[in-house]
Design a protein around this ligand. Structure first.
Ligand code: 13P
Length: 259
C-alpha cells in the first residue's frame, strides 16, 4: 500500500454488542475529523459489520473484518467468506496472533486467507510477531521471516501493493507491556529487509507497516514519530471512543506531535 496515509485501525476483538457498537460509532463520528493523511479503520465483531456499514460514512471510517474463511462459498457451517464481506468492509485482518495461537491457524491457512482477501478485493492486514519465548531465544527475526514467507507465498508484486503488514509482538498484546520504539524500528526494518529480499527495494520502500501491542493515547505518538511506522493497530484503547479519537488526532501530520 502507498505510505501516504497513516492507518489507524481499531480492533475491538470480541467486545461491544450491536447497540454499543452503534453508539460508539455515533460518538466517534462526532469527534474524529476527516484528514486526507489519515485512514481510520474499525474492526468490530462480524455480527455488527452489516449494520455499521450502513451507519458509517466511508469517507470518515473504513471497516475491517477480524476474520473470515478462505473459501468463497460452500458447506462450511458457521463461517463467513471474503466474498460475503465485499461491499461491507474494505480491509480484513489476517493471521492475528489470537487466530494463530488461540485458534491454531497455520501459515497455510493464513496464506489461503491472504489469497481470498486479494481475490475479493479486500486489503489484507497481515499480522506477524514473535512470542515472549521466541523473543527470549533471540528468534524475532527468524519468526518474522517465516511468517512473511508463509503468508505471502503466491502473492505477486502487483498484489503486494494492496497488502498491509502489522508488526504485533505477541508478548505486547493486551499486556500493557508495549515494545520499545527502538525495538519496533528494528523489527520493522527486518520486515522491510525480508520484503526487499522477496520483491525488491521499491516494494520494501512502499510497504505499509503498522505497529500494534498495548498502544495507548499516551504512547501512540512515540510510535507514529518513527519513520518506519505507517500506522497503528490498536486493541484495548480502541474500545474507548475518546482514547481512540486522541490517537487519530496524533496521526494527523498537522498535529504538533507528528514526524
Ligand atoms: P492491545 O492494543 O489491546 O494490546 O491489542 C493489540 C492488538 O492485538 C490489535 O490487533
Amino acid at each position: 500500500m502507498a505510505r501516504d496515509k497513516t492507518l489507524i485501525v481499531g480492533n475491538w476483538k470480541m467486545n461491544l454488542n450491536m447497540h454499543e457498537a452503534s453508539l460508539y460509532v455515533h460518538q466517534l463520528s462526532k469527534v474524529v475529523k476527516t484528514h486526507r493523511d489519515v485512514e481510520v479503520v474499525l474492526a468490530p465483531t462480524a455480527l455488527t459489520l452489516q449494520s455499521l456499514s450502513l451507519q458509517v460514512n466511508f469517507r470518515q471510517f473504513k471497516l475491517a473484518a477480524q476474520n473470515f474463511y478462505w473459501r468463497d462459498s460452500g458447506a462450511y457451517t458457521g463461517e463467513i467468506s471474503a466474498t460475503q464481506l465485499r461491499g461491507i468492509v474494505q480491509y480484513a485482518l489476517v493471521g492475528h496472533s489470537e487466530r494463530r495461537h488461540v485458534f491454531h491457524e497455520s501459515d497455510k491457512d493464513i496464506r489461503a486467507k491472504v489469497q481470498a482477501a486479494i481475490r475479493n478485493h479486500l486489503i489484507p492486514i497481515l499480522c506477524v510477531g514473535e512470542t515472549a519465548f521466541e523473543r527470549s531465544e533471540d528468534e524475532t527475526q527468524a519468526v518474522l521471516h517465516d511468517q512473511l514467507i508463509g503468508g505471502l507465498a503466491n502473492v505477486t508484486s502487483d498484489e503486494l501493493e494492496h497488502i498491509v503488514i502489522a508488526y504485533e509482538p505477541v508478548w505486547a498484546i493486551g499486556t500493557g507491556q508495549n515494545a520499545l520504539p527502538v525495538d519496533v524500528s528494528h523489527a520493522i526494518r527486518a520486515i522491510r529487509g525480508q520484503i526487499k529480499h522477496l520483491y525488491g527495494q521499491k516494494a520494501a520502500d512502499n510497504m505499509q507497516v503498522l505497529y500494534g501491542g498495548s498502544v495507548t493515547a499516551d504512547s501512540a505518538a512515540d510510535y507514529l514519530a518513527l519513520p518506519d511506522v505507517d500506522g497503528l493497530l490498536i486493541g484495548g484503547a480502541s474500545l474507548d471512543a475518546h482514547a481512540f479519537s486522541e490517537i487519530v488526532k496524533k496521526a494527523h501530520k498537522g498535529s504538533s506531535l507528528a514526524k
